[in-house]
Design a protein around this ligand. Structure first.
Ligand code: 5GP
Length: 179
């Protein structure tokens, strides 16, 4: 892994593909322990979580369903603060055990606006699983039951996460360089 440039900004290696894979194996083991007999529904939030969701889902050793929704609150490297639902939830969640999969929790605003919508549909349980969490940036109250990595409050790309559209295909995660 070496330094890369996207849209003229420099990014440095941060989390290797191997480290991500090992952490996802651990998350899958925890989920397998907690949900083995519950036939949960995973709700993955697009776009950023598509690679995380796929890799995690492949490692689950029990019956589970997955669906995808799209919410957007981000442009460039700063949150716009607007949450927009572009693709709605089209599966019933009532009486289901729900696990929401998110690539990264930053301010927490996105999930803080979305999770009450799910609560209103009376799931049997509702938990959050995030690959990355920036605790210093989180300003909205959120309980993350399953966290892959707690990371500093710096912009990251790769492994599904983009910088204005690019970088999602990188197999590892890079952090914005200080320069
Ligand atoms: P929040 O609502 O928690 O502030 O933001 C959540 C969303 O913002 C994430 O799902 C992701 O799309 C985007 N986001 C937050 N931090 C980063 C980051 O460091 N890199 C990238 N690429 N997206 C981020």
């Amino acid at each position: 892994m070496s330094r890369i440039t996207i849209h003229g900004r420099d990014f440095v290696p941060f989390l290797s593909a191997e480290a991500i894979d090992a952490t996802i194996t651990e998350l899958a083991a925890e989920l397998t322990k907690d949900y083995r007999d519950k036939k949960p529904m995973f709700i993955a939030i697009l776009n950023g979580s598509f690679i995380f969701a796929a890799d995690l889902f492949k490692k689950l050793e029990f019956e589970a369903e997955i669906c995808f929704i799209k919410l957007a609150s981000y442009k460039g490297t700063a949150s716009t603060g607007h949450v927009i639902t572009a693709i709605g939830l089209d599966v019933p969640v009532q009486n289901r055990h729900i696990v929401v999969l998110e690539d990264i929790v930053d301010t927490g605003k996105t999930l803080n606006s979305f999770l009450p919508q799910l609560h209103n549909q009376h799931p049997a349980s509702l938990k959050l699983c995030a690959l990355l969490h920036k605790p210093e940036a989180t300003a909205y109250p959120l309980e993350i039951a399953y966290t892959g990595f707690s990371i500093p409050d710096k912009f990251v790309v790769g492994y599904g996460l983009d910088y204005d559209g690019y970088g999602r295909n990188l197999p590892s995660i890079y952090q914005l360089a200080d320069n």
